[in-house]
Design a protein around this ligand. Structure first.
Ligand SMILES: [Zn+2]
Length: 331
């Protein structure tokens, strides 16, 4: 079975040259970040979750205050499976148990969701390539002008309608596609830049029949948006017989960059209101059949890819220290 190195490895931690003996000796006073690179990643996301929780707590809105409490206790406690490597001495960690808050913009849950989506896509896409070996893959980014953050919802609504019109055009030759939404903070620090990333699978003959130049893409996107300016569109193609999985990190990255989430409280709170119940990822055409799971709610954020041997299982637990901003073993 094909399992992504990149996505699934995030779950596994190498105890850099730490022996079993050393580990047990220091077991009561270890920082997750001291024994594993992934520890720094956990600390970073968890510290940002703290910030976001504080933003929600100060929102003066019952619903958002509720998010604050949920995020506050998100992944406070992590339990990993500990299994010695065959090579001897070195440990691996796999997340076994924790409680995720599942609040949409929680930095920890957003990170886990992205890992989970990627792990799934890395499994599924090779199957699509096997079933449609001659099809070509395009990566298209459809944008509009920046909008005020207060107009984000209306803008997205217009973009999604325009995309639907695009897929109904005769010129649209994609057999299947994945569409993901990304919103970045405008350079002015107040506006929002929403854009759609599309991974599209097109007919093997696309480059000889029905090929759309960049100029043509712009014209069609403008027409579908029903706007009076030329929108920016980026297109790239995967070379013939090359693997589309290299596009997975681009297409399934965060909906909103973590640095944008934490940069400004008011922008963030308005973003939350504007994106409420909007859809992050949609799948169309023949890919729907393969990737339906990507659209599901309440997905498994613990098992993001790999399987491990259940034999000789030992576990190790870490607690989030709210003051030190570190995960520590419980001493
Ligand atoms: Zn969370």
């Amino acid at each position: 079975m094909f399992v992504s190195g990149q996505a699934s490895d995030k779950n596994i931690v190498d105890f850099n040259l730490l022996s079993v003996k050393q580990f047990r000796k220091h077991q009561n006073s270890l920082n997750l970040s001291d024994i594993a690179n992934i520890g720094k990643t956990w600390d970073k996301h968890r510290a940002n979750a703290e910030l976001v929780s504080n933003y929600y707590a100060a929102a003066g809105d019952h619903e958002l205050n509720n998010y604050a409490w949920r995020i506050k206790i998100c992944s406070e406690f992590l339990e990993f499976k500990l299994s010695p490597e065959e090579a001897g001495g070195i440990f691996k960690l796999k997340l076994l148990r924790t409680k995720f808050c599942r609040v949409r913009h929680c930095p920890v849950c957003q990170w886990r969701r992205s890992l989970m989506w990627k792990a799934k896509a890395y499994k599924i896409l090779p199957q699509v390539v096997t079933d449609y070996p001659k099809y070509r893959w395009l990566f298209v980014t459809l944008t509009v002008k920046n909008c005020q953050i207060s107009e984000l919802r209306t803008t997205l609504d217009g973009m999604n309608k325009a995309f639907k019109r695009l897929t109904e055009l005769k010129a649209w030759s994609a057999k299947g596609w994945v569409k993901s939404l990304e919103v970045t903070k405008g350079r002015d620090g107040v506006s929002a830049h929403p854009h759609l990333h599309i991974l599209a699978m097109v007919q093997p003959s696309y480059f000889s029949h029905g090929y759309l130049s960049q100029v043509k893409w712009v014209t069609l996107w403008q027409q579908c948006l029903r706007i009076d300016y030329q929108p920016v569109v980026h297109i790239s193609a995967i070379a013939k017989h090359h693997d589309p999985t290299i596009l997975i990190p681009e297409i399934l990255k965060y909906q909103v960059k973590e640095s944008d989430l934490i940069a400004d409280r008011e922008w963030f709170l308005e973003l939350t209101r504007q994106l409420y119940k909007t859809r992050a990822i949609a799948v169309g055409g023949v890919l729907k059949h393969y990737m339906r799971e990507l659209e599901k709610k309440n997905q498994d954020l613990i098992n993001c890819g790999e399987e491990m041997d259940e034999v000789n299982q030992e576990t190790v637990s870490f607690q989030w220290d709210h003051k030190l901003h570190k995960y520590k073993t419980e001493g």
